[in-house]
Design a protein around this ligand. Sequence first.
Ligand SMILES: [Zn+2]
Length: 328
Amino acid sequence: MPVIYRDEAIVLRAQKLGEADRIVTLLTREHGQVRAVAKGVRKTMSRFGARLEPFMLIDVQLYEGRSLDTVTQVETIGPYGLAIVADYARYTAATAMLETAERLTETEREPALQQFLLLAGGLRTLAQNLHEPGLVLDAYLIRSLAVAGWAPSFTDCARCGQTGPHRAFSLAMGGAVCPSCRPPGSAAPHPETLQLLSALLTGDWTSADASEARRRREASGLVAAYLQWHVERRVRSLRWVEREGDQLGPDLPRGRSEAGARSVAGARNETGARNETGARNEARAGSEARAGSEARQRSEAGARKPGLDVAAIERAQAAVAPADPPGW
Ligand SMILES: [Zn+2]
């Protein structure tokens, strides 16, 4: 007996399949990440086609399949894609957001309501041009990591909880650290940068919108480093370090050398157990469980499901780095 269900969804990815079909990766409100076939969407006059583009918020009806579901109806709820693709800064920021969401919700059909709401809000904010795209991207990245169980602290000590603000910042410790807890070589970002990060995490847009461009750049570097620290399983690209290393200090891994990669891995093993909550272990377990089904789907559909490219996100951050303060 086929199961048909309905859900709201954000289109994360659309890949060609054969002559006329498409495989879409959706982040749904109720069913987490779902991959589905949309038949005939690449024919002209398809009623689905434009609704199944990345960044769109849709109401979708799906027919459950063994590995891939099939899209049977689509209505547009939020046509965010139209405004987002029309502006390069918004487009690059939104693309990095979709990639991060795809990675953080990669256990298919595992409900991820908070991630759905966060992404829908972020895309809407970009589409409405409410804030500078780089700020929206960094706010999204910090909050999505927090939802995933890796909430950073930008004020109180991340290790012992001592009331902040503190000067030192340590990726390994999970954020700001007090003088007693700070490991040797911790970074010392500008106090206003930590205030900006805190504002982005808590949604204090009045304060975030008023921040200076150089604080935004330093904040973006820390966010990229934090993302890489928590999300990247393999140390593939540390390009950001070459740009930001001088300001961020020796706490952060340097360069792409073997030694750099080893020291990152070592530090991770030492400090990971305490900082990284069950979420990380869950994610790890999920990824192992998923490997089988992913391989099956990949061979079935001929589709590829890439991992998160932190270097691309870092490039997106650079591309949308603020030139001028926002107009309002
Ligand atoms: Zn402390």
